[in-house]
Each structure stands twice: as C-alpha cells, then as structure tokens.
Design a protein around this ligand. Structure first.
Ligand SMILES: [Zn+2]
Length: 299
C-alpha cells in the first residue's frame, strides 16, 4: 500500500471508532484530536474545508461543510430525492487554487475521501469512503457520492444498484437523525416516562410506525424514551393512552421479578408522561389513540 492509501486507511479506521460512540454526530473536539499514523498524529480536517495532511501527495483527504452559527439547522432536504449524491462547492478562490486542485486530483484519481458534514455548530455527520463523481470547474460544483463500505452494504452486487441503495440509506439515516434530534430536544433530553437523561440511552420512538404513511418524522409523532421503555412500548408491553397515562400490560403487572420489572416498569403504571414544554410538540392524541388501541388488542 502506498503512503497516501495507508494514511486514508488509518483515518477511516479511527472514524469507525468515533462514530460508534457518537450516535448524534461527532463533536468537533473529537475530530480535532486527529488520528494516529506511524509515530505521529495527523489532523482529519482544516477550517478551510478542503484538506490534505502535508504527509500526503495525492488528492484531498477530507472535505467539510459547517452549519451557519445562526439560522435554522440543516436537514436532509438538501439532497433532492432523485439524486444520489451531495453537491459540494469549490472554495471561492478559483479552480486553480491549491485547495481546489486537491479536489480535482481526488476526482481524477478516484481517491476515497471523508465528508464531514456539519449538522449543528461543532457537530458533524461523517461519511466515508466518499468519491467525487462529477467535477465541474466552470460552476465550481462537485458531486460527492458515499461509497458502499460506509453503510455495510457490501453484499450488494451491481455498482449502479449499490449507489442507489447507499444514497437511500444515507437519506434515511439523515432523516432518522433529524427526527431523533428534534424529538430529544423537545423532551429536553429525557425519557418521557422515567426522566432518565443519559442521551446515549435515549431514543426517539415513533408513535405510528415509520412504515405508516402518516408515520411522519415530526415531533408530535415522536416520544423520547430510554432503551428499556422504548423496547417495552414497541413490544406492546407498555402503552400510553391518549390522555398521556402509562399503562403496563396485564402480563407484566401480574409478574414478579427483580428491580427492573418492579421499579423500572411496574412503578410507572398509571403515572403520566412528562410532556414537552411547547404544546405544538406534544404527542398527537389521535396517533396515541390509534397506537393505544393496538396495545390493548395485544395486551
Ligand atoms: Zn425510561
């Protein structure tokens, strides 16, 4: 393996570790600590957006976009639904500038690059390996496609089909992340049932499932739940009535077991969930009613 490829591989390996512990995006501080290569530590990215460590000789290692510090957060609608790529803009100092040449070289060599996509101030969604599949020096726009390895879809055979699948998966992931962020924020990063506030154990549950066409990724169709309450809710072991009361299934209520069942589940029977502050964020009573009927029919 040549030096550039070895450096890229080391960067990808470190990123795989980082994203595992950062379900809500990788904080800038983590990225800033770089990755180990040989005896030293190399940076992943620079403020300028297009970056290659000085140890490398080929095209860019990474590209970055940041969110504006004010204004609305960015969402997945920046990628049109019929497109299979992100659009990235050259640095505005001409196609011959050093940075833009790094982009163009990565395109010519089809080098795998990293895309740090800002999703909130100092927070990034990270995609790799990405490939530049179109380079237009006149408009200064490039297309960035996410490679298969990024999403463990290596079993797919045809490259053309792969790309579609990958981008659909990317879009889905952005969608889910957006839903999670909005729901958790509305509930002030707590489980609506037990008030646990460890975000790594919190999930955004859909009231009406994702596959339901009304199962929109909107806050009134969501509940912020810890892993155990989310699991119980999805398994219809726990229901939430349209007037926001927590109900346990008779089976659980009749059972006797250790503290997880007694205090973690049964103790919440008959209590009310903690609602978001904004009324517009409250769970929809209609959705809850429909879901609660399903819980009752199973329980
Ligand atoms: Zn909980």
């Amino acid at each position: 393996m040549d030096l550039d490829s070895a450096i890229r591989a080391a960067a990808f390996e470190r990123l795989a570790e980082l994203v595992r512990y950062c379900p809500d995006g990788v904080p800038a501080a983590e990225i800033k600590s770089g990755f180990i290569f040989g005896d030293g530590i190399l940076p992943f990215r620079s403020q300028q957006g297009i970056f290659r460590p000085k140890e490398m000789t080929g095209g860019a290692l990474s590209i970055s976009t940041v969110v504006p510090t004010s204004g609305p957060p960015r969402y997945d609608d920046e990628i049109a639904s019929d497109e299979n790529f992100f659009v990235y803009r050259y640095r505005d100092n001409g196609p011959q500038s050093f940075d833009n040449q790094l982009l163009r070289k990565a395109y010519r060599d089809q080098s795998p690059i990293i895309y740090f996509r800002g999703i909130a101030p100092a927070l990034y969604d990270v995609f790799w390996p990405c490939f530049i599949t179109n380079d237009d020096p006149v408009s200064g726009l490039i297309h960035v496609e996410v490679g298969v390895a990024a999403l463990d879809l290596a079993e797919l055979k045809s490259p053309a089909v792969e790309r579609k699948y990958v981008m659909r998966a990317v879009r889905q992931r952005l969608h889910q992340q957006q839903f999670r962020r909005m729901v958790l924020r509305a509930y002030r990063e707590r489980c609506t049932i037990c008030r646990l506030r460890e975000t790594r154990l919190l999930q955004a549950a859909h009231i009406l499932p994702d596959r339901d066409e009304r199962g929109l990724a909107e806050v009134p169709n969501g509940l912020s739940l810890c892993s155990i309450h989310h699991g119980a809710f999805d398994a219809n072991l726990l229901g939430i009535s349209p007037d926001f009361a927590v109900q346990l299934s008779p089976r659980l209520l009749e059972d006797h077991d250790g503290p997880m069942l007694e205090q973690g589940l049964k103790a919440f029977h008959g209590t009310h969930i903690n609602l978001p502050q904004r009324e517009a964020d409250h769970p929809s009573r209609d959705y809850l009613e429909e879901r609660y009927a399903a819980f009752r029919s199973v329980a």
